[in-house]
Design a protein around this ligand. Structure first.
Ligand code: MF3
Ligand code: CO
Length: 279
């Protein structure tokens, strides 16, 4: 996707602005979580997120991106990513992935979560949990590792340890993020020989694994956006925007900076504030 283009290493000040964007995304997520249930349409959820972002004085980053027509991507059941909100009415047991991006003063935040509506199939809950766990393991690898490629190793290890043969989507990957939503480097969700760039202060990336209950093969629908599993199996998607600072990592789209979930993985988060200063 990006080849060997130059990475934009951020200063402490720029990461502070990205934190503001990240918290707007987190607020939009919270509002959508409150609103999501059987009977609402995916367009209803889009309106909820749009209002939160507007109220915060921020800008939705997806709207108009390569002509994308909405604030959110809402991907249901066999839809993996880039589902366009519309008149679809959510039903009990649906697997709903919500992806949201916001811009504050030119700096981006991007995050996604999956929720399984009641009465949930336990296998769908396990899928979402494994995907979330894969995301956190990938984020922890940014703290513990040397190179970006270690994110993919961590995601694969979680899937292997789950004991369930989930498909790991390969066509859509995580990415650098900053003054644009998508920047180099690519952040793969699978192991390769290519180790990727060094992890160093100023690098900001979105970690976003997508798992399926079947094959990893994908297909794009007629609308030219919606990505579905080729075999019709259900999919989950989790994403956070993460900054690497001089003293550690900071999950910009998590209200607690990732502290609680990363503590379980032996990682202490390090908010990059003015006392630590620019690189
Ligand atoms: N949030 C997606 C990503 O993580 C991008 C959405 S594409 C858009 O990369 F067109 F909807 F913006
Ligand atoms: Co993203």
């Amino acid at each position: 996707m990006f080849g060997r283009e130059k990475i934009e290493y951020k200063t402490a000040e720029q990461v502070q602005v990205m934190r503001r964007a990240g918290l707007v995304v987190a607020a939009a997520h919270a509002a959508v979580r409150d609103a999501v249930r059987a009977g609402v349409t995916t367009a209803d959820l889009d309106a909820v997120a749009a209002e939160v972002i507007r109220e915060a004085g921020a800008t939705p980053s997806f709207l108009g991106y390569h002509g994308y027509p909405a604030t959110l991507c809402v991907s249901v059941n066999d839809e993996i990513v880039h589902g366009i909100p519309g008149p679809r009415v959510l039903e009990p047991g649906d697997v709903v992935s919500v992806d949201c991006g916001a811009i504050v003063d030119g700096w981006h935040g991007d995050a996604a979560f999956t929720v399984v509506l009641p009465e949930a199939d336990p296998a769908d809950v396990a899928l979402s949990d494994a995907t979330e766990q894969a995301m956190w393991a990938g984020i922890a690898a940014l703290a513990k590792g040397e190179r970006v490629g270690e994110v993919g190793d961590a995601v694969e290890d979680v899937v292997a340890a789950s004991g369930t043969p989930y498909g790991i989507v390969q066509e859509y990957v995580g990415h650098g993020i900053g003054s644009a939503m998508h920047q180099p480097p690519e952040v793969l969700n699978y192991r390769t020989r290519e180790r990727g760039p060094r992890l160093r202060a100023g690098l900001c990336v979105a970690v976003e694994p997508m798992l399926t209950r079947g094959s990893r093969a994908t297909q794009v629908l007629e609308d030219d956006w919606t990505v579905v599993t080729e075999d019709g199996s259900r999919a989950a998607h989790w994403e956070h925007t993460v900054a690497i600072g001089p003293d550690g990592i900071w999950v910009l789209t998590a209200p607690d900076g990732g502290a609680a979930r990363l503590a379980e993985l032996g990682v202490t988060v390090a908010p990059w504030n003015s006392t630590t200063g620019p690189v």
